[in-house]
Design a protein around this ligand. Structure first.
Ligand code: OAD
Length: 233
């Protein structure tokens, strides 16, 4: 039996748009409504913890009201024929809900919190108890904070993501404006022999290598990619 080809997928907020979640940039984007400096930095946390906690409480409420879309489901299905690794900038768990089994979250996970004490222990939230407030403590009595990588913080999963990217036979970018580093820099680690696709309904600034652009939303774009891969691979 032939070894399955490694299909590595880098996803961003656009992946979840067809589920009903917002992007960050562009028309209707979250960063048009809230300032990054007020809710997604360690300085914001020190200034007003409850404001930050409420921002993520609301994100969780939104997440609990949506489901994986066709694009998420196609990516999960592709595991039948490919060794699929998803590297996501998204903090939602829609890839997992769709059935993807190898998901690396670069920017953390909405349905988890972590201790602000030494060791940074991580805890799962549940769907019926997903809010956190000032005064919610870990068993060692440290305040809990969102398990989110804020702007200016290190990205602990980056090394793993680079290793995965370096093994790709096929690399697919979906629904990210590639504005945020180090995630956006992953493209530089794709082997020169790998085939690269980009799915996005809008123009994304990528140059310097040969990329097949599928200018569509995630669902339609992934249907097209599946056809291409079926015929080629
Ligand atoms: P952006 O909001 O910057 O970009 C979203 C991308 O999705 C854009 O290129 C859109 O054109 C595209 N898009 C819109 N609708 C789409 C659809 N139906 N199908 C596919 N793509 C669509 O989001 P990210 O690049 O993910 O970090 O942002 C990166 C990081 O910046 C996020 O992880 C977040 C944010 O600040 C943190 O919060 C730490």
């Amino acid at each position: 039996m032939n070894k399955k080809k490694k299909l590595v997928v880098l996803t961003g907020a656009g992946m979840s748009v067809e589920s009903g979640l917002s992007t960050f940039r562009g028309a209707g984007g979250l960063w048009g409504k809230e300032r990054v400096e007020d809710v997604a930095t360690i300085q914001a946390w020190y200034r007003d913890k409850q404001k930050v906690l409420d921002f993520y409480n609301l994100r969780r409420k939104e997440l609990l009201g949506v489901k994986p879309n066709e694009g998420h489901l196609i990516l999960a299905e592709l595991e039948k024929d490919f060794d699929v690794e998803i590297i996501t900038q998204n903090v939602d768990n829609l890839h997992e809900q769709a059935g993807s089994t190898h998901v690396t979250h670069l920017h953390g996970e909405l349905m988890k919190v972590r201790s602000t004490g030494p060791g940074e222990e991580v805890f799962d939230l549940t769907t019926d108890n997903y809010e956190t407030h000032v005064g919610d403590l870990c068993p060692k009595a440290y305040q809990l904070r969102p398990y989110i990588v804020w702007f200016g913080e290190a990205v602990p999963e980056m090394e793993k993501a680079i290793n995965i990217t370096e093994q790709s036979d096929i690399f697919v970018v979906i629904g990210t404006s590639l504005n945020v580093y180090p995630a956006a820099g992953l493209l530089n680690y794709v082997p020169s022999g790998a085939v690269v696709y980009l799915i996005d309904p809008n123009d994304v600034n990528v140059n310097g290598r040969n990329i097949t652009i599928i200018k569509k939303g995630a669902g339609e774009g992934l249907k097209e990619l599946k056809e291409i891969l079926n015929n080629k691979e």
